[in-house]
Structures are given as structure tokens and as C-alpha cells.
Write a protein that binds this ligand. Structure first.
Ligand SMILES: NC(=O)c1ccc[n+]([C@@H]2O[C@H](COP(=O)([O-])OP(=O)(O)OC[C@H]3O[C@@H](n4cnc5c(N)ncnc54)[C@H](OP(=O)(O)O)[C@@H]3O)[C@@H](O)[C@H]2O)c1
Length: 391
């Protein structure tokens, strides 16, 4: 029996993780579940999975959740705050931590899980984007196992040999696939007046609001490219982005002999979650088999670098390195939030990120403190810029 903490249990990845866990209750026991605003969802999850702990972010949410759990006689202990998130990630009773909090808020508890030698299932790409160097240092000095949950990175992981450097294994390139999002084929002028509802309506994937907007702006693919560089120890030039609108081929690896290995499946996060949960074994995920006759055709095309400036900015941050990705990430989080609140237009997300990046003196972010300082400073600069341009 393996005990699991799910950080961000009330979100899209968290709910999919519990779906997979619920199919294997003889293998996995839920130790802790965490959430922020969806207290009813968290209460229902606690009632069903009876974790030892539920974690929320503040005292008033904790009181409300305690009341809900008392009403259903659920014995789960409610704790709150960042220290509590870190505590349930590093507890000695925990074997596996699913890192599925969205954004920079996921960094500290994910790092705690790594430092405590857990099997860490990484959905929270932002923590690796903003703190890749610090994260990898912690990984090297621990015996933690890091497994990628992002469908693309999980696919790449499945197509790579285990325990061999990429050059020894004869890897030539990583081909990172992207659906193109809901605005594929539109021009910047077309995208000026799009609404948060349109941006969040992804054609293939059902996801949280922040990653949905990132997918619409293609920032998500840029963040994923940076994530892949840290995960697989490659340079940005070793990764090509390929637009694949059907989202059936989740990514590919090209070898020097001309072979290209791909991982395919329905666009359903339960597949990479089940793969990482059970790795190196396999378990059922609840996802139906892929019928290639039904899929019928697979299209591939080059990314549109003219109408998706967020992708260009992310590629630039990847090329520059240092703390440029942390600035990009912080500015993007602030801008996406402002767009979701209808304070700025969709096309102004790139403007905010560009303004923040080009006014920043980049340095080497080789400590957690420097990463956090960068994050705070970039958020402040982005918020100031937004207050100047908002409607
Ligand atoms: N969804 C996908 O298919 C997918 C695929 C690949 C990678 N990812 C990555 O996985 C992560 C989660 O994505 P998602 O789509 O599941 O997001 P989501 O649906 O928005 O869920 C986010 C989770 O984080 C919690 N949360 C939000 N802000 C928090 C804060 N400041 N402190 C603590 N907890 C906080 C939320 O709690 P409440 O909901 O209770 O407020 C929720 O449990 C992201 O990094 C995303 O890029 C997602």
C-alpha cells in the first residue's frame, strides 16, 4: 500500500488523480488532500477518501471546512497555510506526492517533497520553469524520483531509454507536440476581443483556467519547452515544437538513425497520471483504448510565431536562461489573472510579459531566495504596468 498526498486535489489534475486512485484502492491510500477555494469539493473528497489531513490556505477556510467535515462525521484533520502544505509533502508516512497546484504557489511544497526523497509526480510546470536550477540541485542531492505528468513530457519520458544520457542513447531531437489551442489559425487582430470563456474552451483538453489561457496564447508550449530542458537536460535548440491539432500524438523523440518514437493516446490526463503513479509498472487508468481507424488522420504543421508572441517570448527566455524564465512566468501569471478578471485584453498578456522581461536585469538564480526575489519583483513590475493599461 502506497500513501499519496495530492497537492491541488480540487483542480483538474487533482480530480483526475483521485479518479485513477479510486480504481486501485488496494494499491494506494490517500494521506492528504489540499485545495484553496473549492471547499465543497474538498469536503466531498475527504468524505470519500478519508485522508489523514486536508490542507487549505487560510484560517477562515479551515474553519468552514472543519464545519463541513463535522457535519458528515469525517475524521480528517484540517490544517492550513504554506507550512502545512510542506508538512504533508514531506511527512515520513508519505510515499508519493502529486504536485498539481497551479502556478508559483506550488514551488515550496513540491521542493519539500523532493528534499524528503518522495516519488514526485510533477504537473506543476511553473515550479520547474521558475526554479529549474534550484530544483535540479535539490533533486541531485536527494533520492527522490521525479516523474513528469504533463502529457507531452510524460510522452517524451516514455520514448526515452532509462538511465542513459541522451547523447549515448543516440537522441537527436525532442519533438514537443502542441494542439495549437482554441485560437489556432486566428490573427492577432482576430484575438484582440476574445473573452476568457473563449480562451478557456480548449478544443481537446479539459483543464483549469490558467493553463487553458496559457494554451490559447501558446505560452503553455513555451513553458513546456523550458520544463523539458530541465527535465531531460537538453538545450532549447534540441527541441522542435510541432503543431498537431488532434492531440493524439503527445510528443516524439527523434533518434540519429532516423527512427522517431511517439507516444499516443486519447487526450485524457488519467493516462500520464496512471503511468507515473505505477511506474515502472502499468495500471489501468479508466481511459478507453485508442482506435486508430476512428482517429483516421494525424496532421502536423509548424508553429505560428507571428500571431503567438507569448511563444516567442518564452523561446527568448529559454535562450537567455538565468532568471528570465522566472520573470516570464511571474509576469504571465499576473497578466493571465488580469485577463480572467477582464481587466486587460487577451493580446495584452504578451505586452505585459514583454514589458516585464525587457526591463529586468537578469542574474543567475542559484538560490531559492533569489528565485523568490525575482518572482516578487517581476509580479510587482507587471502589476504596475497593468494598472497603467487596464480598461
Ligand atoms: N489540467 C491539465 O490537464 C494539466 C495538464 C498538464 C499540466 N497541468 C499543470 O498542472 C497544474 C494544475 O493544473 P490544473 O489544470 O489542475 O489547475 P486547476 O484546475 O486550476 O487546479 C489548481 C489547484 O491548485 C489549487 N490552488 C490554486 N491556487 C493555489 C494557491 N495559491 N495555493 C494553494 N493551492 C492553490 C486549487 O485549489 P482550488 O481549486 O480549491 O482553489 C486547485 O486545487 C498546473 O501547473 C498546470 O500547468 C495541468
Amino acid at each position: 500500500m502506497q500513501r499519496i498526498t495530492i497537492l491541488g486535489a480540487t483542480g483538474s489534475v487533482g480530480v483526475s488523480t483521485l479518479d485513477v486512485v479510486s480504481r486501485h484502492l488496494k494499491k494506494y491510500e490517500v494521506f492528504a488532500l489540499t485545495g484553496k477555494s473549492k471547499l465543497e469539493t474538498l469536503a466531498a473528497q475527504c468524505q470519500k477518501f478519508q485522508p489523514k489531513y486536508a490542507v487549505v490556505m487560510d484560517a477562515s477556510s479551515a474553519e468552514i471546512l472543519k464545519g463541513m467535515l463535522a457535519a458528515t462525521r469525517t475524521a480528517t484533520r484540517v490544517i492550513f497555510g504554506m507550512d502545512a502544505l510542506c508538512a504533508v509533502s514531506e511527512d515520513s508516512d508519505v510515499d508519493i506526492v502529486m504536485a498539481a497546484i497551479v502556478g508559483a504557489a506550488g514551488l515550496l511544497p513540491t521542493l519539500s517533497a523532493v528534499k524528503a526523497d518522495k516519488k514526485v509526480l510533477l504537473a506543476n510546470k511553473e515550479s520547474l520553469v521558475m526554479a529549474g536550477q534550484v530544483f535540479n540541485q535539490a533533486l541531485r542531492s536527494s533520492s527522490a524520483t521525479l516523474l513528469p505528468i504533463d502529457s507531452e513530457h510524460n510522452a517524451i519520458f516514455q520514448c526515452l531509454p532509462i538511465n542513459k544520457s541522451l547523447s549515448v542513447a543516440g537522441v537527436d531531437k525532442i519533438l514537443l507536440s502542441a494542439s495549437g489551442g482554441p485560437f489556432k489559425g486566428l490573427t492577432l487582430a482576430d484575438m484582440k476581443k476574445v473573452t476568457p470563456e473563449q480562451a478557456c474552451a480548449h478544443p481537446n483538453w479539459s483543464m483549469g483556467n490558467k493553463i487553458s489561457v496559457d494554451s490559447a496564447s501558446m505560452m503553455n508550449k513555451g513553458l513546456e519547452l523550458i520544463e523539458a530542458c530541465w527535465l531531460f537536460d537538453v538545450n532549447p535548440v534540441q527541441i522542435d515544437i510541432v503543431i498537431h491539432p488532434q492531440s493524439v500524438v503527445h510528443s516524439l523523440v527523434q533518434y540519429v538513425d532516423g527512427s522517431v518514437l511517439a507516444q499516443m493516446g486519447h487526450p485524457d490526463m488519467r493516462t500520464p497520471i496512471a503511468h507515473a503513479l505505477a511506474w515502472p509498472e502499468r495500471i489501468a487508468s479508466g481511459v478507453e483504448n485508442l482506435n486508430l481507424i476512428d482517429v483516421a488522420r494525424l496532421d502536423f504543421e509548424a508553429p505560428d510565431l507571428v500571431n503567438f508572441p507569448c511563444l516567442v517570448l518564452a523561446l527568448e527566455a529559454a535562450r537567455v536562461g538565468q532568471n528570465a524564465p522566472a520573470v516570464l512566468n511571474a509576469a504571465n501569471e499576473v497578466a493571465v489573472e488580469a485577463f480572467l478578471q477582464r481587466r486587460i485584453e487577451f493580446t495584452q498578456i504578451a505586452e505585459v510579459v514583454k514589458e516585464s522581461m525587457f526591463n529586468f536585469n537578469f542574474t543567475e538564480p542559484d538560490s531559492l531566495e533569489l528565485v523568490q526575489e525575482t518572482d516578487i519583483e517581476a509580479r510587482r513590475a507587471s502589476a504596475t504596468y497593468i494598472s497603467r493599461i487596464e480598461r
